[in-house]
Design a protein around this ligand. Structure first.
Ligand code: ADP
Ligand code: MG
Length: 622
């Protein structure tokens, strides 16, 4: 086939350039309006949560005092946002849905200092292009409202209706005409979580607005609009967490008004920490932003105060002159560019750090007290060793530390009969406890030298195997053996957390955590698994909530496996906890009996071996 000069030839990218391929020829065409809209829509409306975000931003820009968000099917079936804002004038109703139609910008110079959340005039057009939209709006001045329906961006109907002042936008069947996008949507749980995130973050930034969010007719979040940010925090994270948050407040006055930056918000004390950095929320002039550098500034502020692998929670509001932040970086408007990025980094880090130093009861030497006289305290302290738990919380271990007469746990003859170290098999050699170092490691002697055992990792392994064995044998069917809590243990959660828990009550009961609904968003903990009597019940429930909310967990792991892993971690002895000789001996016996004693359930090593030969070498004896 002859190729015309003006035509382009495209090769499928998946085929090597030098192989014989089919090609196709396409002349340049201007895309149809509808196709162009669909393509553009992709950038603004990535997923259901983006629709929620754009509609809520519009409601805020419209001066609403009440915003109701109703979602069905994680946003695929319905997203409806109703506000009592200024409304859209009748003659602008259709224009609002055109691309690049906005009432918030007039000239290019306005772009330099954006005061509203929206300004690109893209959202409504983009949303309409990929869904079926019904918009009802009325201004105070108009006596009646208008209802406009669109499908795939095309107007269906426009009629006059009775309506209160304000705007209701209902988005149905999102991406019905973009199957490619539908395929990439994550689970309904993920979409719900992202929607929750947007709504709750905006409720935090705008505490004077009353927000209500429902999923499938269930209220998952509500704020009163009374202006109290801590009250909003309580509705998001639960009162237990909210009341612990420290206030960050640092007006930065440089004298130069144009450069003024103020940092305010909340930061969790170090003992409240998370497995990922998702609990760090940043706002620039009340816009929720994503900024890796500033997130890092917050993490840095906690330097040496958190255990490795744990992250803080912080909600930081930056206020600065609008012209010093460029929000026009990406259509989604969550990425921004700061004019004085370094100054801002420093300001955030300093504000958070100072809050922590001033207010937080940072655990230091106290829990190394027992080592001070042996001269170890300084070393441990220098490494900035801190533990998650309140130092005074656990004075003794309520676990069964009795040394079994015979190898316990019937883990099979292979493990029960000690395996010799030199075999390099799965088991551990018989070891003799020598002592504890840094209140974190147990020193033992084996047939071939010295072992250092990480007490937390080892205990986690022990509890995990015990639990899994009991679960497989009968827990999964008949439920785990439990220990009743004398008078119950009430825990109040946020509505979203309470919903997650309500959905899993049956599973939690089988796992040994019996909960009774006890007033709004509150559960009474009745039992804990008998195997984990050392568990702090409230902490365990919050850990479980963290598991239930974490939908990015590896695919192969079941929800119960993740919960078991989490509660075992929580119940395990921590680093920094002094153990008696008999406690250490019991732990070593139980570790020896494990199927996989060499690693904790997360894969970190439980022990380090220093062989007699190595020791001799180090001392120059060989
Ligand atoms: P932008 O917010 O960037 O201006 P949108 O496409 O989101 O663009 O909205 C287009 C216009 O529609 C807005 O500028 C505003 O005038 C009007 N509008 C949208 N939503 C609302 C609302 N909830 N209340 C009042 N006016 C609205
Ligand atoms: Mg908008």
């Amino acid at each position: 086939m002859a190729i015309h000069k003006r035509q382009r030839v495209y090769f499928p990218r998946s085929v090597a350039a030098n192989s014989v391929v089919k090609y196709w020829i396409m002349p340049i065409r201007v895309l149809s309006d509808q196709l162009a809209s669909q393509i553009a829509a992709g950038e603004v409306v990535e997923r259901p949560a983006s629709v929620v975000k754009e509609l809520v931003e519009n409601a805020i820009d419209a001066g609403a005092t009440t915003i109701n968000v109703d979602v069905r099917g994680g946003g695929r079936q319905l997203i409806q946002v109703a506000d009592d804002g200024v409304g859209i004038p009748a003659d602008e109703m259709e224009v609002a849905f055109m691309r690049h139609a906005t009432s918030k910008l007039e000239t290019a110079s306005d772009l330099r200092a954006i005061e509203t959340l929206g300004f690109r005039g893209e959202a409504l057009a983009a949303i309409a292009a990929v869904s079926q939209v019904t918009a009802v709006s009325r201004t105070k001045e108009d006596s009646a409202g208008l209802r406009l329906t669109l499908e795939g961006g095309q107007k269906n109907s426009l009629e006059s209706v009775g309506a209160p002042p304000g705007t209701v936008l209902a988005v149905v069947n999102l991406f019905y005409n973009v199957p490619a996008r539908l395929k990439f949507l994550k689970t309904v749980t993920t979409e719900k979580r992202l929607i929750d995130e947007y709504v709750t973050r905006y409720a935090l930034a705008f505490p004077d607005i009353r927000f209500r969010l429902t999923h499938d007719n269930r209220i998952t979040f509500q704020s009163s609009g009374n202006g109290d940010k801590r009250e909003v925090l309580s509705a998001i994270y639960g009162p237990e967490t909210a009341k612990q948050l420290l206030i960050v407040s640092q007006p930065e006055t440089t004298g130069d008004a144009a450069k003024e930056i103020s940092v305010s918000g909340f930061a969790a004390p170090p003992n409240l920490n998370w497995a990922n950095r998702k609990q760090i929320s940043l706002f620039a002039n009340d816009r929720w932003i994503k900024d890796n550098r500033l997130t890092y500034a917050v993490i840095q502020a906690y330097h040496t105060l958190l255990p490795t692998g744990r992250y803080p929670m912080a909600i930081i509001f930056l206020n600065l002159p609008a012209e010093n932040v460029d929000v026009n970086v990406h259509p989604a408007k969550t990425e921004v560019r700061f004019r004085q990025a370094n100054t801002i980094f420093g300001a955030v880090q300093r504000a958070v750090r100072e809050t922590l130093i001033a207010d937080s009861p940072i655990p230091h030497t106290t829990h190394f007290a027992s080592f001070q006289h042996t001269g170890w305290a300084a070393t441990a302290g220098d490494r900035g060793f801190t533990r998650r738990e309140d130092p005074g919380a656990q004075t003794h271990l309520s676990l069964d530390w009795s040394v079994p007469e015979t190898p316990d746990m019937e883990t099979g003859s292979e493990a029960a009969a000690p395996v010799k170290a030199e075999l390099g098999g799965k088991g551990l050699p018989i070891m003799r406890v020598v002592g504890q170092v840094g209140a974190s490691y147990i020193i033992t002697e084996g047939p071939d030298g010295l072992y250092l055992i990480d007490q937390h990792a080892a205990h986690e392994r022990i509890l995990f195997e015990k639990f899994m064995k009991a679960w497989d044998e009968e827990g999964a069917n008949r439920g785990m053996a439990v220990q009743g809590l004398m008078s119950g243990f009430p825990v109040q959660l946020s509505p979203a957390q309470a919903n997650l828990v309500s959905d899993q009550l049956e599973l939690l009961t089988r796992l040994g955590l019996q909960l009774e609904p006890f007033g709004p968003n509150t559960f009474m903990i009745r039992t804990v698994p008998a195997l984990l009597t050392g568990l702090d019940p409230a902490k365990a429930l919050l850990d479980v909530v963290e598991c239930l909310a974490d939908d990015e967990a590896p695919l192969h792991s079941t929800i119960e496996a993740r919960i078991i892993l989490r509660v075992c971690k929580s119940a395990a002895v921590k680093a920094g906890q002094t153990l008696s000789l008999s406690e250490m001996e019991a732990m070593i016996r139980q570790l020896e009996a494990c199927q996989n004693p060499h690693t904790c359930p997360h894969g970190r090593p439980t022990l380090i071996h220093l062989s007699a030969t190595q020791l001799a070498k180090e001392f120059g004896r060989t």
